[in-house]
Write a protein that binds this ligand. Structure first.
Ligand SMILES: Nc1nc2c(c(=O)[nH]1)N[C@H]1C(S)=C(S)[C@@H](COP(=O)(O)OP(=O)(O)OC[C@H]3O[C@@H](n4cnc5c(=O)[nH]c(N)nc54)[C@H](O)[C@@H]3O)O[C@H]1N2
Ligand SMILES: Nc1nc2c(c(=O)[nH]1)N[C@H]1C(S)=C(S)[C@@H](COP(=O)(O)OP(=O)(O)OC[C@H]3O[C@@H](n4cnc5c(=O)[nH]c(N)nc54)[C@H](O)[C@@H]3O)O[C@H]1N2
Ligand code: SF4
Ligand SMILES: [Mo]
Length: 713
């Protein structure tokens, strides 16, 4: 194949690694190869198994390639594979845009613009694709503001409450650590580009410790796996602090200079002796002692916390407590020590310029619309009044599969009086409920740029090929729709390049590390490391080593948070059991704690319909992983068909009785509803309960019971 050029792009999937890519394009304009950039310090020339297969996705025969409209009288609901033509008829882009504009205008007139709900997340995580022209459009309409909580707000708020900024240990510095704790972090499954640094550290004698109720690929490869009971991390972190303080293993110098509220913390952790913590967490006393001692003495010690910890009811507090640990030991002082949850706070792009909230003043209501939490979509579509939601506009997301409390979500999406538009690459579970479907581009087919939440590089993504069929980007779509709605503000005509420049036009005071990062420079270099002044002076990027790093009210790391107290929350972490956990009253009816997990070979629900990805995931899809004790108690054997149920619904799975979960815990994985044996996804079982901090979802606080399925099922 005569590859004529190599286009430099960036993977825009929702992944901390944000890989820098080389896409080879032949003389016919067809992409022939995708590779990781060999010179990028984090990508290091390799890709995850999911995106190594991305050409199959771009050129899939199943791509949604033209705008379509639901045929008159065809009810909303699951469409059997290959039957889309029976439900939808092809229309032109002109007709689609005119129809949408007319319907949105009519709905806004009748019910008010706040009856229009945008629904998007990070199917596309690049800066423009994630949120730019779309935000301008919905502010100008006066639509609901979507609170984008579905992933990371509990942990994000927790980190902010301690440090005031979302920064962490540099991925590239993990190689210097001697103790690495993966805490609710499936590094090998979800964050594979951290793995080579972990391995390098281990070659130099480091130990990898995994704290996760599930035996992940990471846990299997670790030196030590602590299978903690779900939702009990706060107790473990406080127990470790108890030991650190009792045995004088903390760094008094760091604590005095850089922390706030140590006296109160000391008092609080006194209530968490190892014996009590062992009862909460299911871990032996000796392990808790050893973990604390090893963490404090085998240094540099770094914690890779990921968002698994905060997907439970008290997950905000748990993330907060874990985030405090390196402030007690002073781990930040050593190169390779510290903690990483997210690096995203290092990239404060100019969101005001991108999103233009000021446009809301020109909307019919003269202000930004009401706020709707995306983690309570079921509630929003079935119960919200004043006004009810009458139109939903979905892009970058597959809510029919990924949102909690699925039966309620689907009952809402089935409403014939709800006007639903879905902009998608594929016919997903969500397009099955659409009135209009619109074809979306992949990152091969549009230009964008990106920061990251797992490294410190800003990257450009060039368009590699012309869009397939009539696919169009998110930016293009909302630019066109704005014109049809008669919005005359010049910002609705901005080009991609202009918007990249606007995003990078930042105040040095707010965004010191973006200084000198321009579109022109990105066009030359593709990937630019943030400008950390320490590195320019020959030193290293080591956050939280002086007072200047902290952006909290006290200017220090806050063990005690007056801000949380003012919100009526506990200013210090304390362990509270979830409403859906093993010792809660509800456990008498539904005694098993379900981990409604992500799949290793999909990206949330993305790729779940791709044959190559399905083959990689086949060993796990449709399974309920169980402990032998729980299986025996229900006379279930490996391979049995089982019904998993709670008050919200039931799903059919196949029992896998293995050693991957502790007794009392079960696990299943996210995928497409319509590709499961009963058409129901794992989120049938999850609830709309929100986290203690940050209003996030609680996928990992779910109680269920299991029984053998009857023969006819
Ligand atoms: N292969 C793959 N990669 C992905 C994704 C994917 O779907 N597939 N999703 C992407 C997305 S959206 C995100 S947000 C990132 C980050 O994704 P993560 O937040 O790392 O993902 P999870 O797998 O939800 O959680 C990590 C681990 O936390 C564990 N866990 C669950 N409950 C608890 C608990 O109470 N305590 C502790 N200690 N651990 C717990 C889970 O068993 C899991 O192994 O990954 C991204 N990368
Ligand atoms: N049970 C359970 N549920 C979960 C989770 C879990 O761990 N367990 N994880 C949660 C988390 S962390 C997250 S982040 C959410 C993720 O939820 P979503 O953000 O909805 O992610 P995906 O399921 O990957 O769906 C993204 C969709 O966007 C489409 N897309 C991609 N690029 C573009 C584009 O440029 N334009 C448009 N218009 N569409 C595009 C893709 O085809 C895909 O169908 O799921 C949450 N749901
Ligand atoms: S999904 Fe993550 S690991 Fe895979 S190519 Fe994209 S950024 Fe890299
Ligand atoms: Mo996520």
């Amino acid at each position: 194949m005569n590859s004529l050029k190599v286009v430099r792009a960036t993977c825009s999937l929702d992944c901390p690694d944000t890989c820098s890519l080389h896409i080879s394009v032949d003389s016919e304009g067809r992409a022939t190869k995708i590779q990781g950039d060999p010179d990028h310090p984090v990508t290091r020339g390799f890709l995850c198994g999911k995106v190594a297969k991305y050409l199959d996705v771009v050129y899939s025969p199943d791509r949604l390639l033209h705008p379509m409209r639901r045929k008159a009288g065809v009810p909303k609901g699951p469409i059997p594979a290959g039957k889309h033509e029976d439900v939808f008829e092809r229309i032109s882009w002109d007709e689609a845009l005119d129809t949408i504009a007319a319907r949105l205008q009519a709905i806004a007139k009748q019910y008010g613009p706040e009856s229009i709900l945008p629904y998007s997340y990070a199917g596309n995580m690049a800066v423009l694709g994630f949120g730019s022209m779309d935000r301008r459009f919905f502010f100008r309409v006066g639509a609901c503001q979507l609170d984008r909580t579905i992933c990371a707000t509990a942990g994000g708020e927790a980190l902010l409450s301690v440090y005031g900024i979302k920064l962490g240990t540099d991925t590239e510095h993990f190689r210097h650590a001697r103790t690495i704790i993966a805490w609710g972090a499936n590094i090998h499954g979800n964050n594979i580009h951290l793995w080579p640094f972990v391995e390098e550290a281990r070659r130099n004698g480091a130990r990898l410790i995994v704290i996760d109720p599930y035996k992940t690929r990471t846990a299997s490869a670790a030196d030590w796996h602590l299978p903690i009971l779900p939702g009990t991390d706060t107790a473990l972190a406080l127990g470790m602090m108890h030991v650190l303080i009792a045995e004088n293993l903390y760094d008094a110098d760091y604590v005095t200079r850089f922390t706030h509220g140590f006296a109160q913390l000391r008092e609080r952790v006194a209530g968490y002796p190892p014996q009590r913590v062992a009862e909460c967490t299911g871990l032996p006393v000796e392990d808790i002692l050893q973990l604390a001692r090893e963490y404090a003495t085998v240094t540099p010690a770094v914690i890779r916390m990921n968002y698994g910890v905060q997907r439970s009811q008290n997950g905000g507090t748990a993330a907060r407590a874990i985030a405090m640990l390196p402030c007690l030991t002073g781990a930040w002082k050593q190169l390779g020590g510290g903690l990483q949850l997210s690096t995203s706070g290092a990239f404060p792009f100019n969101r005001q310029a991108l999103e233009r909230p000021d446009l809301a003043a020109s909307s019919p209501i003269g202000r930004p619309g009401r706020v709707v939490n995306m983690s309570r979509l079921g509630h929003a579509l079935t119960e919200l009044s004043g006004p009810p939601v009458q139109a939903m506009f979905v892009y970058n997301s597959n809510p029919a599969a990924i949102a909690p409390n699925q039966n309620t979500v689907l009952r809402g999406m089935k409403r014939e009086d709800l006007f639903t538009v879905v902009h998608e690459q594929f016919f997903t579970d969500t397009t099955d409920y659409a009135d209009i479907v619109l074809p979306a581009t992949t990152f091969f087919e549009h230009k964008d740029f990106q920061g990251a939440y797992g490294h410190y590089y800003v990257q450009l993504s060039q368009q590699a090929i012309t869009p397939q069929g009539e696919a169009r980007s998110n930016v293009w779509l909302f630019r066109q729709l704005a014109a049809r709605m008669g919005f005359t503000e010049p910002c609705f005509q901005d080009t991609e390049d202009a918007m990249i420049e606007q995003a990078l036009a930042v105040d040095a005071k707010d965004s010191p590390w973006l200084e000198g990062v321009t579109r022109e420079q990105l066009e030359l270099d593709y990937s630019i490391r943030l400008k950390f002044p320490q590195e320019e002076n020959g030193g290293h990027f080591q956050p939280f080593t002086s007072e200047a790093w902290f952006r909290t009210p006290s200017g220090k790391a806050e063990f005690y948070s007056e801000t949380l107290a003012a919100q009526g929350l506990d200013p210090l972490p304390s362990y509270v059991q979830a409403t859906e956990s093993r010792h809660a009253p509800l456990a008498r009816r539904f005694p098993l704690e379900l981990l409604a997990r992500k799949a290793d070979n999909y990206m949330n629900s993305t790729f779940a319909s791709q044959p190559g990805h399905r083959a990689m995931e086949a060993k796990f899809s449709g399974l309920l992983e169980m402990h032998p004790t729980d299986a025996q108690a229900r006379e279930i054997v490996d391979g049995d068909r089982v019904e998993v149920f709670n008050e919200r619904g039931k799903i059919l799975l196949q029992a896998k009785v293995n050693g991957s979960v502790p007794a009392g815990v079960a696990a299943s994985r996210l995928g497409w509803n319509k590709l499961s044996c009963d058409g129901q996804g794992v989120n049938t079982l999850t609830s709309e309960t929100l986290t203690d901090i940050g209003g996030g979802p609680t996928f990992y606080s779910t109680l269920v019971d299991v029984r053998k399925a009857s023969a006819e099922e």
